[in-house]
Ligand binder design. Structure first.
Ligand SMILES: Cc1cc2nc3c(=O)[nH]c(=O)nc-3n(C[C@H](O)[C@H](O)[C@H](O)COP(=O)(O)OP(=O)(O)OC[C@H]3O[C@@H](n4cnc5c(N)ncnc54)[C@H](O)[C@@H]3O)c2cc1C
Length: 513
């Protein structure tokens, strides 16, 4: 049966079959980014809301995801910049070489080592600073009833938590995702880290093997390498960030390599053994079938995410799960029309900003019967390595694979004055347009790419053309100028010799042919 058939598109949005009057308008399960926004938004709109969370409110983003990873990357970046003093014509710190080696233009001194526990303490301080925003007190003050307990459905209309039977007109599954553990023999017999444990490390990390060359693996590999850990990144695909265009991912790989990250790409782990402080990972290389091994003091698993479905009583609730994914449609309805899903639990793009977007979609559908749909065309994201890699819409590789009639334009940061003043010339921006110049996608790999991509997200959302970006004045000298300069490439390309000849003739221009 197809997903749409299962979901019965004829069913009116938000239909309720229950005859018993429910206690709440909305029962939200999970207090991460998605659940918190649904709960606060629902209460703000006048609904009676109960929010069930098994741990602390705040979820992955605050405790194990975006916030700690960005705080750690910032510490690593500040530490790393010490290497660059000589490159900016600056004297060494305290009149001595900043790190263990002689600085010289173009040459990097030996790596210094930061204290991982101290860096993690700062990460935890950042979390504590944000925590009050997501506290139960704040949500209670907003009018949300907060139940701190693990819960499960006992039937299609009842969620049991803390010994209570919670009945609501609509339920929202916002239970997030967990790190996926690859089936490597021996993994369960060695200590390993995931994003749920790494940010509270209270010990030094001499060497780290990172399994997984996606965004999380790349960000953490770079952060630890810059803090002085010997890092090896192992990934199954032949290159990192396999979802992105190869040339964009290569800019990130080269940067990680210059930070000292070693790579085993196109390699499949076959066994793990050892003990705390001495962990051995064996693998096979896909290319030549050869075997290899890495020994390191720590092992990090960053091999993807799996939706949280276990222990929720989804079968009892009539919510179908296929291959670990909660079946849902564009309105984020599950196979039980009174149960919605939002955030990572929806199994779509797993980002905090997507979770927040889902919250709005669910509120409109569940409370007001307005048929809102989850956006899938204009969803920006960013991998926060240095340089950052950000994207919205389709990549060049995807456009080719889909055999679209498209045009592609690229502009390099090396040609941007601000990139030269700041010595951040690696990377480029690329836009994909249709033949009429309408924007289909943008990739930016370079400094502040995550900020710059917002302009292309807006342009795509408003169905603009490349010429619309060309026509906007951008502040000089900013990194954001890359957006206009790449759009200008299309303008230049459309000035064919024939058009130029016509213009010369029409306006009496006398420049060279
Ligand atoms: C290392 C890392 C870095 C990341 N960086 C970024 C980034 O820079 N930008 C970005 O946009 N995204 C980033 N993400 C992704 C982002 O963290 C997630 O997309 C986001 O947190 C999802 O929010 P959510 O509400 O769907 O789920 P979660 O935040 O996981 O919340 C789900 C909640 O449900 C609770 N729960 C589960 N089951 C039950 C139950 N039975 N009863 C009660 N409660 C339950 C859980 O305890 C949890 O608190 C990152 C993720 C990781 C792992």
């Amino acid at each position: 049966m197809t997903e749409s058939a299962r979901l019965n598109p004829q069913a009116p949005v938000g239909r309720t079959i229950d005859t018993m009057k429910p206690d709440y308008d909305l029962c939200v399960i999970g207090g991460g980014a998605a659940g918190l926004v649904v709960a606060a938004g629902g209460a703000g709109l006048g609904a009676k809301v109960v929010l069930v969370e098994q741990n602390r409110l705040g979820g992955d983003c605050l405790y194990y995801g975006c916030v700690p990873s960005k705080a750690l990357l910032k510490a690593a970046s500040v530490f790393h910049q010490q290497h660059d003093r000589a490159l900016f014509g600056l004297p060494p710190l305290n009149g001595r070489p900043p790190l263990d080696g002689p600085p010289g233009a173009g040459s990097r001194p030996e790596k210094a080592v930061a204290s991982i526990p101290a860096a993690m303490q700062r990460v935890q301080e950042v979390i504590r600073g944000i925590e009050p925003h997501d506290s139960p007190e704040r949500f209670r003050a907003l009018g949300v009833e907060v139940v701190q307990a693990r819960g499960r459905f006992t039937d299609p209309r009842t969620f049991e938590a803390d010994g209570r039977q919670l009945r609501a007109r609509r339920f929202v599954l916002a239970t997030g995702s967990r790190p996926a553990l690859p089936p490597i023999p021996g993994l369960d017999s060695v200590p390993y880290l995931t994003n749920e444990t790494i940010f509270s490390l209270a010990e030094e990390v001499a060497s780290l093997t990172v399994i997984g060359a996606g965004p999380i693996g790349c960000e953490l590999a770079q952060a630890f390498a810059r803090l002085g850990t010997r890092v090896t990144l192992i990934g199954r695909e032949p290159r990192l960030l396999a979802r992105e265009d190869a040339d964009a991912a290569e800019v990130v790989r080269a940067s990680l390599a210059s930070d000292g990250v070693q790579f085993e790409l196109g390699a499949t782990p076959t066994a793990v053994s050892g003990e705390a402080g001495r962990i051995r990972l064996e693998f096979t290389r896909a290319g030549d079938g050869s075997a290899g091994s890495i020994e390191s003091s720590h092992l990090l698993i960053a091999a993807g995410r799996k939706v949280t479905v276990d222990g929720l009583g989804l079968a009892e609730a009539g919510v179908e799960v296929v291959d670990g994914r909660i079946v849902n449609d564009d309105r984020l309805r599950t196979t039980n029309p009174d149960i919605y899903v939002a955030g990572d639990a929806a199994g779509r793009q797993m980002f905090t900003h997507v979770a927040e977007h889902h919250a709005g979609v669910v509120l409109r559908n569940a409370l007001f019967h307005l048929p809102a749909r989850a956006e899938s065309r204009v969803v920006p994201w960013c991998t926060f390595t240095d340089p950052e890699l950000a994207r919205v819409g389709i990549s060049e590789a995807e456009a080719k694979a889909a055999r679209l009639d498209f045009e592609s334009y690229r502009f390099d940061f090396a040609e941007l004055d601000r990139a030269r003043t700041d010595r951040e010339t690696e990377g480029f921006a690329r836009i994909i347009t249709d033949r009429k110049g309408r924007l289909l996608g943008a990739t930016i790999v370079g400094p502040h790419a995550g900020e710059a991509i917002a302009e292309y997200a807006l342009a795509m959302a408003k169905k603009m053309k490349a010429a619309d970006i060309s026509g906007v004045i951008h502040v000089y000298p900013t990194f954001a100028q890359i957006n206009r300069r790449v759009a200008d490439q299309r303008l230049k390309a459309t000035l064919t010799p024939t058009i130029k000849r016509w213009m010369r003739w029409l306006f009496g221009l006398r420049g060279p042919q």
